[in-house]
Write a protein that binds this ligand. Sequence first.
Ligand code: 11C
Length: 352
Amino acid sequence: TLPTLAVVGATGAVGTVMCDLLSSRKNVWGEIRLIASARSVGQKRMCRGEELPVQALTAEAFDGVDVVMFDVPDELSAQWAPIAVSRGAVAVDNSAAFRMDRDVPLVVPEINPEQVRNRPKGIIANANCSTLSMIVAVAPLHREYGLRELVLASYQAVSGAGQVGVDTLHDQLSKIAGDRVLGSRPGNVRQAVGDDLGPFPAPMALNVVPWAGSLRDGGWSSEELKLRNESRKILGLPDLKVSATCVRVPVVTGHSVAVHAVFGTEVDAEGAREALRNAPGVILVDDPAAGEFPMPIDAVGTDPSWVGRIRRSIDDPRALDLFVTGDNLRKGAALNTAQIAELLAAEFIAAR
Ligand code: 11C
């Protein structure tokens, strides 16, 4: 029999993409249970061609389940993933709750799939969305040249903050549409947008906001520290130097990262392109003369990390500059979780 899967947070922004993926990827699951908060219980969702009822989050809901995917906020994962494990399941968690736990592997199937088996707590963590798209492109370059340092600037979409982030941007855009004076006089956009900033600290419409996440020591944001700490753990480079600036932009879906990567050996742009052409989970889009570069409007709804603008640094023959864009709800969240869960499904099927 095929393993049983549960999806917790099935009706959220990531959970909805997960249902799409489960409907389109190779079917490795027997029963699929959709689980969500009380306000969604009783609703139905299409998944794998079937209309499935949304069930309540209870300990009993995990009975008989082999793999549970958690697409919920950190505190809910922290509380419920151990309960799912105590009921006999393996938990694949998309929150930040367990990522830096030494006993929880942080898995990107293109980079460290073998880590899936190293799960003493029965929990496997999925990385942050901006880390994921970027690291899939950086890992093949690390294998080629030996990575020493990353300097990153992110351009993060509003869906990273969930459906409420998307609704906030659309509401703001409809409020101000057609006002051709906006943006040219200070203060105007703030007034036109009004007080409803949703989950953001400033208006998103016609703006860029150099902030994502919460405040940490030294003025860093939690998102910036995630890029640093998660990159180190996934690549197995505990001393990797990483400096990141995380910026929210008025894009619905598709996180981008501008990368300055310093290596241990001299690099060349064509060698880097060749390494990326052959890398799993990457699509090379690097022809600026033809107007071809990675952008969210093209990457949205697709699986790979789109990589382009590859240049050797003018002032450092060991450094590359490049630009990466990926769908933050797919590879950045649901897809990577689904890929990890599929590795587990293969393990269960082989053992039966
Ligand atoms: C954002 N990256 O764009 C965040 C959302 O650690 O999984 C995901 C937070 C996380 O706001």
